[in-house]
Design a protein around this ligand. Structure first.
Ligand SMILES: Cc1cc2nc3c(=O)[nH]c(=O)nc-3n(C[C@H](O)[C@H](O)[C@H](O)COP(=O)(O)OP(=O)(O)OC[C@H]3O[C@@H](n4cnc5c(N)ncnc54)[C@H](O)[C@@H]3O)c2cc1C
Length: 263
């Protein structure tokens, strides 16, 4: 499956919106869940195949240096009528495969992908929803807020680099939203912000996705000090500071096992 870039938009200094469409998305089917994601495949510079290719076939028939980089991106929106897929991609400097690809993307460029899959949907029976994350989790949190009905309640804590990195969020729910800004003194303010929360009464359903070490600290706090059960939360370490996605995937299983053993 592949999408053709129809248009791009710079949402913030570090967040690029890609809207994809075209006949290559003919087989795309929405996944149940507000954190649905696709697995994209980005060929290295100078690849002699493409732009449309089968990632498994490339892996089976070509040397490793020609293999595409695999990355996961959240379905920010799937417009069934227009058959348009929106992805919001963090561009974190010149590093990486997906960030630079998104920054350079122009109409007509092709993005090969598989999926989507999903793991989380806000529980309609929860008394309230806790949504915590960084820019990488913003697409899922924005989609979740849009899915919550009037009468639902959400407490949202998001981290970014400053006011110009904030994006407007829409919801029919009652939302307590706070944007936290990284600073040299406090580069990772999310865990403290969650610890400082006065929890509303009733059962919470939590969504905590983003940088691995921050997610692990918040998960531990929620389980050991707030009395949540594992079933009350979706915690996913999307990426890890200082590691490429390849390096992260190589140690992720071990990290998740250690995180699981925390509480
Ligand atoms: C299920 C799932 C859904 C995801 N959805 C989204 C999404 O919708 N949008 C999105 O932007 N990301 C999303 N991510 C995270 C994204 O896949 C990773 O951030 C990925 O590593 C980016 O690839 P890259 O090629 O740009 O950088 P890489 O080559 O993987 O990394 C290069 C360097 O950049 C650093 N880096 C990676 N990501 C970030 C970041 N977000 N901020 C700062 N530094 C970073 C790495 O630590 C490394 O030092 C999702 C991840 C998962 C598992």
């Amino acid at each position: 499956m592949h999408g053709e870039v129809l248009r791009t938009r710079q949402l913030t200094p570090t967040l690029v919106r890609l809207v994809l469409g075209g006949p290559g998305l003919h087989d795309f089917r929405a996944a149940e869940g507000t954190d649905a994601y696709v697995n994209v495949a980005i060929p290295p510079a100078g690849a002699t195949y493409g732009p449309v290719f089968d990632p498994d076939e490339v892996k089976a028939t070509r040397p490793r240096e020609e293999w595409p980089a695999r990355r996961r991106y959240t379905v920010r929106r799937w417009d069934e009528a227009a058959r348009e897929l929106t992805l919001d991609v963090v561009v974190h400097g010149d590093a990486g495969a997906a960030g630079p690809w998104a920054r350079a993307a122009r109409p007509g460029d092709v993005l090969v992908m598989t999926g989507p899959s999903a793991g989380y949907r806000p529980d309609p029976d929860a008394a309230w929803h806790l949504l915590v994350g960084d820019e990488s989790a913003l697409p899922a949190i924005a989609a979740t807020l849009e899915a919550l009905p009037a009468g639902a309640r959400a407490v949202v804590r998001l981290v970014c680099d400053g006011p110009e990195h904030e994006v407007p969020l829409e919801s029919a729910a009652e939302v307590d939203l706070l944007w936290l800004h990284r600073s040299p003194d406090q580069p990772t303010p999310l865990p403290d912000a969650v610890e400082a929360l006065d929890f509303p009464a009733g059962r919470v359903h939590a969504f905590v996705h983003g940088e691995a070490d921050e997610i692990r600290a918040i998960r531990r706090h929620l389980l050991t000090e707030r009395g949540l059960t594992r079933a009350d939360m979706s915690c996913s370490p999307y990426w890890r500071r200082t590691m490429t996605d390849e390096a992260w995937r190589a140690v992720k299983k071990e990290f998740v096992a250690a995180m699981d053993a925390d509480a």
